[in-house]
Structure formats: C-alpha cells, structure tokens
Write a protein that binds this ligand. Structure first.
Ligand code: MRU
Length: 365
C-alpha cells in the first residue's frame, strides 16, 4: 500500500481573501494544525495533529471550539483516519474513528452533521485510496461551504435589520461568547455580521460579554475585534442589563450550537438571560447560524443534550483558586433560548422572523 502523499493541490479556505485573516485551523493535506484557543490571547501556539484521536481530544479539551469549527475539525479528523487506516478492515477503522469523534462533545449538532456527511461518503467508497481522496475532498468542501455561509449570512442579516438600503445610521450591538473566525470556517456567524456592519461603516460599537467561565468573549472575541480594528468594549456578563438599560444597543447578536424544529436555540450559557433582557428593553435579538446547526429531528429545545463540564472551570482560572476547594459547582456550558424570545434566526438559506415551527419548516422542510 503506497504511503498517502500530501495533497498540496487541494485549496483550503485558510488563505482565502474572503476570510478574516485570523483562522482556527489549517489543513496541510496529511495533518491538521489547530490554533490552541486555550492559550489566547497571550500565546498563538499551533498544535499539529495526524490522528482522529488527537482531533477528538482537542475538541473535548476545547483547543478548538465553536459549533462550526468543531464540525470542520471532525471532518478533517475522518480524513486523517482514512490516511492512517490500512488492511482489509480499513472501513471499520474509519468508522471507529467517527464514533470516537462523535463522543468528543454532545451539544453542537454541527459535529454530528459533519460526521454523518463523511460517513455517507465513506460508505460509497470501494477502495482505501478512493476513500482517502474523497474524504479529504469532502472535508475541504465542508470547510469552504462554512466560509461561504458566513458571508451569505452577513448579507442576509443586514437586510433583515433594514440596514442594506437607504442611508441608515450606525448601530451599537452586544454579543456573547465567540462566534468569529476562531469558531467557524474563517469569517464568523454573529461576529461575521458585526464584521460586515463595520465594513459598511454601520457599526458604532460592539459590547462583548466576557462570557464566564471559559472567557470566550474577553480572550477570543475582543482579541479578534482588536486585531481587525473594530470598536469593542469588553464587559462583565453581569453588566449586560445596565448596558441595555442605557438604551444605546439596538441588537443582541449571538450564535447557536443547535436549533430545533420549533425554533428553540441552544447557545453559550448566559444567552437565555440576554434574550429575556432584550425583550424587557425592547432590543432586537438575532441568532446567526449556518443550516448545519439546524436539527429538525428535535421538536423543541427540551430535547437538546446540554453539556456539563468540570466544576474546576468555575472554581479556578489557570490554576488560581477563585472559590473554596471542592465547593459543589453547577456548570452547564449551554442553555436554551425559547423561540418566542428570538426576533430573527439568520441562516445562509434565509431568515426566519419571529421563529416558530411553521417558519422553521418553511425554510428547512
Ligand atoms: O463552548 P464553546 O466555546 O464551543 O461554545 C461556543 C458557542 O456557544 C458559540 O456561540 C456557538 O458554538 C456558535 S460558534 C459560531
């Protein structure tokens, strides 16, 4: 069996001028490179992976995180498994790798969407060489499609906000967690909309929740926005209510990890309380997510598996104790925002206004 050679010929979005310049992952044909997001903003350290097991562990440990980036990384993990597979049982080996990747984190449906897509390709392959080529091509396609979806959603969002014609005034927005190039194929979902507002001189400023306990807002979102010269103010999560009460913010723009058939949305813990605040202060609430985040198999948010992580993530930061040792911790990392608190769900396939079952079925069948 010939050693699989690197395939530098395959273009990947890493160097795509449409991307935001910051990228979370780089496919190099025989290995996947991940920017270790646990170390940002202090260090830009890249990890090189050659196995699906390494990718699964990196997803679980949040070296790479964010629903679309998790799906893209998992797809490349399957391509790596095919490169490592050998012998007659190659298809079983790759399927075992798919199971291992599927066990890395439970909530972001993009992970399972990508793995199912890769498994369908695998089942259509008669030989290992063919499987290696087709699985790599499929993973790159998943990556490219996500970047294209980011760009389309940014346009749909501005239109839905009524900002794509006439002479609208710039707006201030608030966002939660990180939904930028680090969490996607390279531009961002909610942060992609914010990038587009800035590109069109329609952005006054962004308020970015620090997003305890993992601090995706302060460590990742503020980092991306400062690098792009986009006006950002970082705030403690608890300050969001006071910011909305001040009346400057027009929209809260967030991402999603899973959207169910009735329009309920799972996203980073704290999103639900922001939706309640937005309704109270009559501020628009927009969810931006590619269709790979839509799970029409689940009727409502109550069916979404919500990940709970180690209490250590709340009790300490970088080894510094923030609480008495061993104090019990409740650490769900996502919550569910009911559809009736959401004004817009923006996807690359279109926008669902005042989401509910009929609107979702209208767009996703
Ligand atoms: O735990 P994380 O960092 O993976 O959580 C990420 C989020 O909740 C994002 O808002 C969501 O995945 C969308 S990323 C475009």
């Amino acid at each position: 069996m010939n050693n699989p050679k690197e395939s530098p010929s395959l273009h990947t979005p890493c160097s795509d001028p449409r991307s935001a310049g910051t990228v979370a992952l780089r496919w190099q044909g025989a290995r996947l490179e991940l920017l270790d997001q646990r170390l940002l903003p202090a260090q830009e350290h890249w990890i090189t992976l050659e196995t699906a097991a390494g990718v699964a562990q990196s997803i679980h440990d949040m070296v790479v995180r964010g629903a679309p980036a998790i799906g893209i990384s998992a797809a490349y993990g399957v391509a790596l498994a095919a490169r490592k597979a050998e012998g007659d049982d190659w298809q079983t080996e790759v399927k075992m790798a798919i199971r291992e990747l599927a066990a890395s984190r439970p909530t972001a449906v993009n992970l399972f969407w990508a793995l199912q897509r890769m498994e369908r390709v695998l089942e259509g392959c008669a030989a290992l060489d063919e499987a290696r080529q087709r699985l790599e091509r499929e993973a790159v396609a998943i990556h490219e499609e996500d970047l294209a979806a980011n760009l389309a959603m940014a346009d749909h969002a501005l239109e839905a906000m009524g900002l794509s014609s006439g002479n609208p005034s710039p707006v201030s927005v608030l966002t939660h967690c990180n939904t930028g190039a680090l969490a996607t194929g390279g531009y961002g979902t909610a942060l992609g909309v914010i990038r587009r507002l800035h590109e069109k001189q329609l952005l006054k400023q962004v308020y970015a929740d620090e997003t305890r306990p993992w601090l995706q807002g302060s460590r990742l979102t503020a980092w991306e926005l400062v690098r792009d010269g986009i006006p950002v103010t970082l705030n403690a999560d608890g300050a969001a209510a006071a910011i909305l009460a001040a009346g400057e913010v027009r929209w809260i723009i967030v991402g999603a990890d899973r959207i169910t058939a009735n329009g309920d949305v799972a996203n980073k813990i704290g999103t639900y309380s922001l939706a309640v605040l937005a309704r109270h202060h009559k501020v628009g609430f927009m969810v931006v997510a590619p269709s790979s985040t839509v799970d029409m198999a689940l009727k409502s948010g109550a069916e979404i598996p919500i990940e709970e992580r180690d209490g250590k993530e709340v009790r300490e930061i970088r080894g510094i104790a923030l609480a008495p040792e061993g104090v019990p911790v409740f650490n769900p990392v996502f919550d569910v925002t009911p559809a009736n608190l959401i004004d817009l769900i923006v996807t690359e396939k279109g926008v669902v206004q005042n989401p509910g079952a009929s609107g979702m079925h209208g767009l996703f069948g």
